[in-house]
Design a protein around this ligand. Structure first.
Ligand SMILES: *Cc1c(COP(=O)(O)O)cnc(C)c1O
Length: 396
């Protein structure tokens, strides 16, 4: 139904002029091994069957596509459907990627898993999967984030993970990522590094995208069943970009309009935002060439969003490519607008979204007036809001 002519990354792992493998010499071999193993396993029937079983029986897939009746009435325009990744085990889409990569690690014979985490969501998903498979789990986390995200630190420890505090730089996500890369350089022999979004050196952006593309594949099947046609719009929030590309990818060659929403924090006219695709310029960071928020000297900037999962100065290289090719549109909304959107979805649908997700919902007020009642829109509800209740309460 949709012609699949979309280009995979080239032999150097590039999406157009973005992506690539900008890593120390010692990581080239493990990255090549990972790529080879992945390209073989992704078509291996026992790998596919095992991952499919995990998705169904552990994560709870397929997640529903829920018609948002009262939200649709509220705007009085296009029909709004919600893709319910908030109903995944651990409360967000991140588990889709982690389970795929844990299976990869198992097939590669790796006994030790490392990960970086900011807010702790990716760390929790990784600790969860490691517990399920009995693998050693080490999570790098900035000291500032450890202080801010105590419940998630406790969750990881409860599931047997070791959480290593990172004391360098701003002591947040990008510093934790640097430490994880350092660990991998030393221990690549027995260790698999699970990156949490469609970022980092090739082949990670491709692997993570493929594992998250289950979101879009299910959406395609579900919308065909319910409406017998493609939607007109797809809407998702963009931090690193994994839930967005997961929804968009199976539709990439269709003329369904795809829209990604970044965090404008306290406003694009301040320095306190993380609207990378809107305000960034290209550079090299954490193994990839992509849009980055940089200062005058080209140093990666401190960034900000009320939502910890969007608080990242880079973005997946494929998104940089999709933006430049005009295949996806990117906009941003502020903290304030996201908080209003949390209230809106909670009151109209009885679904409390994560603050990250709320950024996509907030954009509806700009988009809906341009739609008509014959049209259909799907929003990716990337996660549930329980983790953010304290932040929302303080803000209000
Ligand atoms: C981590 C997270 C995000 C942002 O990450 P992407 O890779 O951009 O998807 C969005 N929503 C939720 C609920 C998250 O936990």
């Amino acid at each position: 139904m949709i012609k699949q002519t979309y280009q995979q990354p080239d032999s150097k792992g590039k999406f157009g002029r973005f992506g690539g493998m900008f890593v120390p010499e010692t990581l080239i071999t493990p990255l090549k091994h990972l790529e080879e193993a992945y390209l073989k396993l992704k078509d291996d029937s026992s790998f596919i069957t095992e991952l499919d079983k995990l998705n169904r029986e552990y994560t709870g897939r397929p997640t529903p596509l829920t018609f948002a009746e009262r939200l649709t009435e509220y705007f009085g325009k296009a029909k709004i459907y919600l893709k319910r990744e908030d109903l995944c085990h651990t409360g967000a889409h991140k588990i889709n990627n982690v389970l795929g990569q844990i299976l990869l690690a198992k097939y590669l014979g790796k006994k030790r898993i490392i990960a970086e985490t900011g807010a702790g969501q990716h760390g929790v998903a990784t600790a969860t999967a490691c517990a399920k498979f009995g693998l050693q789990c080490v999570v790098y986390m900035g000291e500032t984030d450890i202080e801010r995200q105590k419940p998630n630190v406790f969750r990881m420890k409860l599931m047997g993970a070791e959480v290593i505090p990172v004391k360098s730089g701003s002591r947040t996500l990008k510093d934790a990522t640097n430490e994880a890369i350092r660990d991998w350089v030393t221990n690549a022999e027995d260790t698999h590094y699970i990156i949490g979004s469609v970022v980092g050196p090739h082949p990670y952006p491709m692997i993570v995208r493929d594992f998250q593309a289950i979101i879009g594949k299910e959406t395609l099947e579900q919308i065909m069943k319910k409406e017998n046609r493609l939607p007109d719009y797809l809407l998702a929030c963009v931090g690193g970009g994994s839930n967005a590309i997961g929804l968009f990818f199976p539709f990439i060659n269709s003329n369904v309009k795809k829209i990604g929403i970044e965090a404008a924090g306290k406003g694009l006219d301040t320095d306190e935002h993380c609207a990378t695709l809107t305000k960034g310029r290209d550079g090299i960071f954490q193994g990839m060439k992509t849009y980055l928020l940089q200062d005058y000297y080209g140093q990666v900037r401190e960034v900000y969003s009320i939502s910890a999962g969007l608080d990242y100065p880079g973005v997946g290289p494929e998104h940089s490519f999709l933006k430049e090719e005009n295949l996806v549109e990117y906009y941003s909304v502020t903290d304030n607008e996201a908080i209003e959107a949390v209230k809106l979805l909670s009151k109209t649908e009885g679904i409390i979204p994560a603050l990250e997700t709320a950024h996509a919902i907030a954009y509806l007020k700009y988009l809906m007036p341009k739609t008509s009642s014959e049209q259909i829109l799907v929003i990716n509800i990337s996660g549930r809001g329980d983790k953010d209740l304290n932040t929302v309460m303080e803000y209000l």
